[in-house]
Design a binder for this molecule. Structure first.
Ligand code: COA
Length: 249
Protein backbone atom coordinates (compact mmCIF):
# COMPACT_ATOMS: atom_id res chain seq x y z
CA UNK A 1 0.00 0.00 0.00
CA UNK A 2 1.12 3.56 -0.71
CA UNK A 3 1.12 6.21 1.96
CA UNK A 4 2.40 9.79 1.65
CA UNK A 5 3.78 9.85 5.19
CA UNK A 6 6.21 7.02 4.49
CA UNK A 7 8.77 7.53 1.74
CA UNK A 8 10.38 4.35 0.44
CA UNK A 9 13.42 4.74 -1.80
CA UNK A 10 16.45 2.85 -3.02
CA UNK A 11 20.12 3.80 -2.95
CA UNK A 12 21.97 0.92 -4.58
CA UNK A 13 21.31 -2.15 -2.44
CA UNK A 14 19.95 -0.15 0.52
CA UNK A 15 16.19 0.25 0.90
CA UNK A 16 15.36 3.40 2.85
CA UNK A 17 12.11 3.85 4.78
CA UNK A 18 11.56 7.45 5.87
CA UNK A 19 9.02 8.77 8.38
CA UNK A 20 7.63 11.84 6.65
CA UNK A 21 4.96 13.35 8.87
CA UNK A 22 7.02 16.01 10.63
CA UNK A 23 4.07 18.30 11.47
CA UNK A 24 2.76 15.48 13.70
CA UNK A 25 6.21 14.59 15.00
CA UNK A 26 6.12 11.49 12.79
CA UNK A 27 3.35 9.87 14.85
CA UNK A 28 2.57 6.58 13.12
CA UNK A 29 -0.91 5.91 11.73
CA UNK A 30 -2.32 2.54 10.75
CA UNK A 31 -1.72 3.35 7.06
CA UNK A 32 1.93 4.19 7.83
CA UNK A 33 2.40 0.83 9.56
CA UNK A 34 0.90 -0.83 6.49
CA UNK A 35 3.28 0.93 4.11
CA UNK A 36 6.28 0.09 6.30
CA UNK A 37 5.25 -3.56 6.66
CA UNK A 38 5.00 -3.83 2.88
CA UNK A 39 8.41 -2.20 2.41
CA UNK A 40 10.19 -4.45 4.92
CA UNK A 41 8.53 -7.54 3.39
CA UNK A 42 9.51 -6.45 -0.12
CA UNK A 43 13.09 -5.90 1.03
CA UNK A 44 13.25 -9.56 2.07
CA UNK A 45 11.94 -10.79 -1.30
CA UNK A 46 14.08 -8.53 -3.50
CA UNK A 47 17.56 -10.02 -3.99
CA UNK A 48 18.81 -6.58 -4.98
CA UNK A 49 18.18 -5.25 -1.46
CA UNK A 50 20.85 -6.11 1.10
CA UNK A 51 20.12 -3.70 3.96
CA UNK A 52 17.24 -1.56 5.24
CA UNK A 53 17.68 1.96 6.63
CA UNK A 54 15.09 3.81 8.73
CA UNK A 55 15.31 7.61 8.64
CA UNK A 56 13.00 10.47 9.61
CA UNK A 57 12.18 14.02 8.49
CA UNK A 58 11.95 16.92 10.95
CA UNK A 59 13.08 17.24 14.54
CA UNK A 60 11.46 14.06 15.90
CA UNK A 61 12.37 10.51 14.95
CA UNK A 62 8.84 9.43 15.86
CA UNK A 63 6.24 10.31 18.50
CA UNK A 64 5.06 6.70 18.40
CA UNK A 65 1.64 5.34 17.60
CA UNK A 66 -0.89 7.97 16.54
CA UNK A 67 -3.02 8.59 19.63
CA UNK A 68 -6.13 9.32 17.57
CA UNK A 69 -5.80 5.80 16.18
CA UNK A 70 -5.37 4.42 19.71
CA UNK A 71 -8.49 6.30 20.83
CA UNK A 72 -10.49 4.96 17.87
CA UNK A 73 -9.31 1.44 18.63
CA UNK A 74 -10.22 1.80 22.29
CA UNK A 75 -13.82 2.80 21.55
CA UNK A 76 -14.31 0.29 18.73
CA UNK A 77 -14.66 3.12 16.16
CA UNK A 78 -11.67 1.78 14.25
CA UNK A 79 -12.46 -0.39 11.25
CA UNK A 80 -10.29 -2.54 9.00
CA UNK A 81 -7.09 -4.48 9.63
CA UNK A 82 -4.54 -3.20 12.14
CA UNK A 83 -1.22 -3.16 10.33
CA UNK A 84 0.94 -2.58 13.39
CA UNK A 85 1.24 -6.29 14.18
CA UNK A 86 2.28 -7.07 10.61
CA UNK A 87 4.93 -4.34 10.76
CA UNK A 88 6.36 -5.54 14.07
CA UNK A 89 6.41 -9.15 12.83
CA UNK A 90 8.10 -8.22 9.55
CA UNK A 91 10.87 -6.39 11.42
CA UNK A 92 11.37 -9.19 13.94
CA UNK A 93 11.52 -11.77 11.14
CA UNK A 94 13.64 -9.69 8.75
CA UNK A 95 16.65 -11.59 7.49
CA UNK A 96 18.49 -8.57 6.15
CA UNK A 97 20.26 -6.10 8.45
CA UNK A 98 18.37 -3.02 9.60
CA UNK A 99 20.00 0.32 10.46
CA UNK A 100 18.27 3.27 12.16
CA UNK A 101 19.22 6.95 11.92
CA UNK A 102 17.64 8.55 14.99
CA UNK A 103 18.11 12.28 14.45
CA UNK A 104 15.72 13.36 17.23
CA UNK A 105 13.42 12.25 20.03
CA UNK A 106 11.49 9.01 19.95
CA UNK A 107 8.42 7.86 21.87
CA UNK A 108 6.79 4.43 22.27
CA UNK A 109 7.27 2.25 19.23
CA UNK A 110 9.71 4.88 17.90
CA UNK A 111 11.94 3.75 20.76
CA UNK A 112 11.10 0.05 20.98
CA UNK A 113 11.71 -0.53 17.25
CA UNK A 114 15.34 0.51 17.80
CA UNK A 115 15.86 -2.56 19.97
CA UNK A 116 14.92 -4.66 16.92
CA UNK A 117 17.46 -2.92 14.65
CA UNK A 118 21.00 -4.16 14.09
CA UNK A 119 22.80 -0.81 14.07
CA UNK A 120 21.52 2.41 15.63
CA UNK A 121 23.00 5.91 15.30
CA UNK A 122 21.38 8.47 17.56
CA UNK A 123 21.57 12.21 18.14
CA UNK A 124 23.34 13.07 21.40
CA UNK A 125 20.46 15.31 22.47
CA UNK A 126 17.73 12.77 21.63
CA UNK A 127 15.42 11.62 24.41
CA UNK A 128 13.94 8.18 23.94
CA UNK A 129 10.85 7.41 26.01
CA UNK A 130 8.42 4.52 26.51
CA UNK A 131 5.36 5.99 28.31
CA UNK A 132 3.20 2.86 28.07
CA UNK A 133 2.19 2.88 31.74
CA UNK A 134 1.26 6.59 31.62
CA UNK A 135 -0.97 5.72 28.65
CA UNK A 136 -2.66 2.90 30.54
CA UNK A 137 -1.21 0.20 28.29
CA UNK A 138 1.80 -2.15 28.51
CA UNK A 139 5.11 -2.47 26.63
CA UNK A 140 4.91 -3.79 23.06
CA UNK A 141 7.21 -4.99 20.26
CA UNK A 142 8.82 -7.49 22.68
CA UNK A 143 10.31 -4.52 24.54
CA UNK A 144 9.54 -6.13 27.91
CA UNK A 145 12.20 -8.62 26.77
CA UNK A 146 14.60 -6.60 24.60
CA UNK A 147 14.88 -3.58 26.88
CA UNK A 148 15.49 -5.71 29.96
CA UNK A 149 18.09 -7.80 28.11
CA UNK A 150 19.94 -4.83 26.68
CA UNK A 151 19.70 -2.30 29.52
CA UNK A 152 19.18 -4.49 32.59
CA UNK A 153 16.04 -4.58 34.75
CA UNK A 154 16.81 -1.49 36.86
CA UNK A 155 17.40 0.83 33.91
CA UNK A 156 14.55 -0.61 31.87
CA UNK A 157 12.16 -0.23 34.81
CA UNK A 158 13.15 3.41 35.31
CA UNK A 159 12.17 4.01 31.67
CA UNK A 160 8.89 2.08 31.84
CA UNK A 161 7.92 2.77 35.46
CA UNK A 162 9.20 6.28 36.15
CA UNK A 163 8.91 7.44 32.54
CA UNK A 164 12.54 8.60 32.56
CA UNK A 165 14.02 9.29 29.11
CA UNK A 166 16.97 7.41 27.72
CA UNK A 167 19.30 10.08 26.36
CA UNK A 168 21.20 9.58 23.13
CA UNK A 169 24.48 9.51 25.06
CA UNK A 170 23.18 6.88 27.50
CA UNK A 171 21.74 4.86 24.59
CA UNK A 172 25.28 4.60 23.21
CA UNK A 173 26.87 3.94 26.61
CA UNK A 174 24.32 1.28 27.60
CA UNK A 175 24.38 -0.81 24.45
CA UNK A 176 21.34 0.31 22.45
CA UNK A 177 23.14 2.59 19.99
CA UNK A 178 26.44 2.25 18.16
CA UNK A 179 27.20 5.95 18.47
CA UNK A 180 25.68 9.19 19.77
CA UNK A 181 26.49 12.04 17.40
CA UNK A 182 25.62 15.66 16.65
CA UNK A 183 22.18 15.50 15.00
CA UNK A 184 23.44 16.54 11.55
CA UNK A 185 25.92 13.66 11.49
CA UNK A 186 23.45 10.91 12.34
CA UNK A 187 21.92 10.23 8.93
CA UNK A 188 25.20 10.41 6.94
CA UNK A 189 26.87 8.03 9.40
CA UNK A 190 23.94 5.59 9.25
CA UNK A 191 23.96 5.73 5.46
CA UNK A 192 27.64 4.78 5.31
CA UNK A 193 27.02 1.90 7.72
CA UNK A 194 24.05 0.64 5.69
CA UNK A 195 26.06 0.77 2.46
CA UNK A 196 28.92 -1.09 4.13
CA UNK A 197 26.55 -3.84 5.31
CA UNK A 198 25.10 -4.01 1.79
CA UNK A 199 28.56 -4.55 0.30
CA UNK A 200 29.29 -7.70 2.35
CA UNK A 201 28.52 -11.32 1.37
CA UNK A 202 24.71 -11.40 1.73
CA UNK A 203 24.23 -15.05 2.73
CA UNK A 204 26.85 -14.84 5.45
CA UNK A 205 25.25 -11.60 6.65
CA UNK A 206 21.82 -13.22 6.74
CA UNK A 207 23.01 -16.32 8.61
CA UNK A 208 24.97 -14.26 11.13
CA UNK A 209 21.94 -12.09 11.88
CA UNK A 210 19.83 -15.23 12.30
CA UNK A 211 22.32 -16.74 14.77
CA UNK A 212 22.44 -13.54 16.80
CA UNK A 213 18.70 -13.17 17.36
CA UNK A 214 16.18 -15.58 18.88
CA UNK A 215 13.30 -14.73 16.54
CA UNK A 216 10.92 -17.27 18.03
CA UNK A 217 11.35 -15.87 21.53
CA UNK A 218 10.88 -12.31 20.24
CA UNK A 219 7.74 -13.22 18.31
CA UNK A 220 6.29 -15.14 21.24
CA UNK A 221 6.84 -12.20 23.61
CA UNK A 222 5.51 -9.70 21.07
CA UNK A 223 2.29 -11.71 20.73
CA UNK A 224 1.93 -12.18 24.48
CA UNK A 225 2.30 -8.43 25.00
CA UNK A 226 -0.04 -7.76 22.06
CA UNK A 227 -2.92 -9.66 23.66
CA UNK A 228 -2.62 -7.72 26.91
CA UNK A 229 -2.09 -4.46 25.00
CA UNK A 230 -5.29 -4.95 22.99
CA UNK A 231 -7.28 -5.44 26.20
CA UNK A 232 -5.64 -2.48 27.88
CA UNK A 233 -6.56 -0.22 24.94
CA UNK A 234 -10.19 -0.54 26.07
CA UNK A 235 -9.45 0.05 29.76
CA UNK A 236 -10.64 3.18 31.59
CA UNK A 237 -7.00 4.06 32.35
CA UNK A 238 -6.14 4.09 28.65
CA UNK A 239 -9.28 5.90 27.52
CA UNK A 240 -8.63 8.62 30.07
CA UNK A 241 -5.03 9.03 28.93
CA UNK A 242 -5.98 9.24 25.24
CA UNK A 243 -8.72 11.81 25.82
CA UNK A 244 -6.41 13.87 28.05
CA UNK A 245 -3.91 14.05 25.16
CA UNK A 246 -6.51 14.79 22.51
CA UNK A 247 -8.22 17.50 24.59
CA UNK A 248 -5.11 19.13 26.00
CA UNK A 249 -5.48 22.48 24.27
N1 COA B 1 -0.39 10.92 17.99
C1 COA B 1 -1.09 11.86 17.34
N2 COA B 1 -0.67 13.14 17.19
C2 COA B 1 0.52 13.45 17.74
C3 COA B 1 1.30 12.52 18.44
C4 COA B 1 0.80 11.20 18.54
N3 COA B 1 1.50 10.23 19.15
N4 COA B 1 2.41 13.14 18.87
C5 COA B 1 2.34 14.41 18.46
N5 COA B 1 1.20 14.61 17.77
C6 COA B 1 0.72 15.85 17.15
C7 COA B 1 0.19 16.82 18.18
O1 COA B 1 -1.17 16.53 18.49
C8 COA B 1 0.35 18.13 17.44
O2 COA B 1 -0.70 18.24 16.50
P1 COA B 1 -1.41 19.67 16.24
O3 COA B 1 -0.32 20.57 15.76
O4 COA B 1 -2.45 19.37 15.20
O5 COA B 1 -1.97 20.10 17.57
C9 COA B 1 1.64 17.93 16.65
O6 COA B 1 1.83 16.52 16.57
C10 COA B 1 2.85 18.51 17.34
O7 COA B 1 2.91 17.99 18.65
P2 COA B 1 3.09 18.91 19.96
O8 COA B 1 2.55 18.16 21.13
O9 COA B 1 2.52 20.27 19.70
O10 COA B 1 4.67 19.02 20.04
P3 COA B 1 5.58 19.06 21.35
O11 COA B 1 6.97 19.24 20.87
O12 COA B 1 5.01 20.03 22.36
O13 COA B 1 5.44 17.60 22.02
C11 COA B 1 5.43 15.22 22.04
C12 COA B 1 5.81 16.48 21.27
C13 COA B 1 5.74 14.02 21.16
C14 COA B 1 6.25 15.14 23.34
C15 COA B 1 3.94 15.24 22.42
O14 COA B 1 3.19 15.57 21.26
C16 COA B 1 3.44 13.92 22.93
O15 COA B 1 3.59 13.62 24.10
N6 COA B 1 2.85 13.10 22.04
C17 COA B 1 2.31 11.82 22.39
C18 COA B 1 3.40 10.77 22.41
C19 COA B 1 2.86 9.43 22.78
O16 COA B 1 2.40 9.23 23.89
N7 COA B 1 2.89 8.48 21.84
C20 COA B 1 2.37 7.16 22.00
C21 COA B 1 3.45 6.27 22.47
S1 COA B 1 2.86 4.61 22.73
Amino acid sequence: MREEHIIVSRDGAVLEIRFNRPDKKNAITNAMYGAMADAVAEAQRDDGVRAVLFTASGDFFSAGNDIKDFAAQSTGAFEGPRHVTRFLEEVIQAEKPIVAAVQGHAVGVGTTMLFQCDLVYVAEHARLTVPFIDLGVVPENASSLTMVERLGHARAFALFGLGEPLTGNDAAAWGLANAALPAAEVEPRARVAAQTLASKPPQSMRLTKRLMRDREALLARMREEGEIFAERLKSPEAMQAFSAFLQRR
